[in-house]
Design a protein around this ligand. Structure first.
Ligand SMILES: CC(C)(COP(=O)(O)OP(=O)(O)OC[C@H]1O[C@@H](n2cnc3c(N)ncnc32)[C@H](O)[C@@H]1OP(=O)(O)O)[C@@H](O)C(=O)NCCC(=O)NCCS
Length: 191
């Protein structure tokens, strides 16, 4: 997909997910969560070319401008959306599937300083609420929903709701088929 195609997809994702978004122009110019994702894509390309210093420089510039720190070595799928931006941290070995959504203040961090896989893996259609922390090399299956300010330290199967600290996964009833075009609205689950 071309760069313009990806940008169009990102704008559509933001407008679908944020009821406050009124126009593509508004999203393009004013959504710092999207600006951070675009900067990450540049930084990640540089990282894969092994231009590590420049990649980190781009990432830190984006952090300065948006308040979102995404390590250029992280792996992130399509239609990734960060609502509100500010205070999000995504570590080097984090892996995110498609259609993942994070609110402000989310940490996808490590619990050790080993040079190994030490950050979380999130499946497709995972939503993480404001201020939540998912720590260590844990895996959250497709469609998991992490509540605001939860602290997740253990793996969770697909379609789990995780609230509290430490969060224990509870199954959630599916209301949507997984579909590339739709995201799982955390408010549309019954527990
Ligand atoms: C987790 C969440 C998705 C659950 O929403 P829901 O499906 O409507 O579920 P309910 O509100 O019925 O709550 C279900 C249970 O989880 C508890 N719960 C919900 N959110 C919680 C949270 N953030 N922390 C701790 N417990 C929470 C409720 O008290 C309830 O507990 P109970 O079954 O023991 O009574 C939602 O509360 C949430 O935190 N969303 C994040 C949204 C966000 O970050 N918004 C920021 C916008 S700026």
């Amino acid at each position: 997909m071309s760069v313009f195609g990806r940008v169009r997809e990102d704008l559509a994702t933001a407008r679908r997910r944020d009821p406050a978004a009124r126009s593509n122009a508004e999203v393009f110019w004013l959504y710092s969560g999207l600006h951070a994702v675009w900067a990450y894509r540049v930084a990640n390309r540089l990282w894969r070319w092994r231009w590590f210093f420049v990649a980190r420089w781009v990432s830190q510039l984006a952090r300065f401008l948006t308040g979102v720190e995404i390590h250029p070595g992280a792996t992130i799928g399509r239609r990734f959306f960060i609502d509100h931006g500010m205070g999000v941290v995504i570590g080097e070995t984090a892996e995110l599937g498609d259609d993942v959504m994070l609110y402000h203040g989310v940490t996808l961090g490590g619990r050790s300083s080993e040079r190994a896989k030490r950050h979380p893996t999130l499946g497709d259609h995972v939503t993480v609420g404001a201020g939540a922390a998912v720590l260590g090399p844990v895996t959250l299956g497709d469609g998991c929903v992490v509540g605001a300010h939860a602290v997740v330290l253990k793996d969770a199967p697909a379609r789990s709701l995780l609230v509290g600290s430490p969060a224990k996964p509870r199954p959630i009833a599916p209301v949507h088929e997984f579909d590339q075009q739709f995201f799982v609205d955390p408010g549309s689950y019954s527990i």
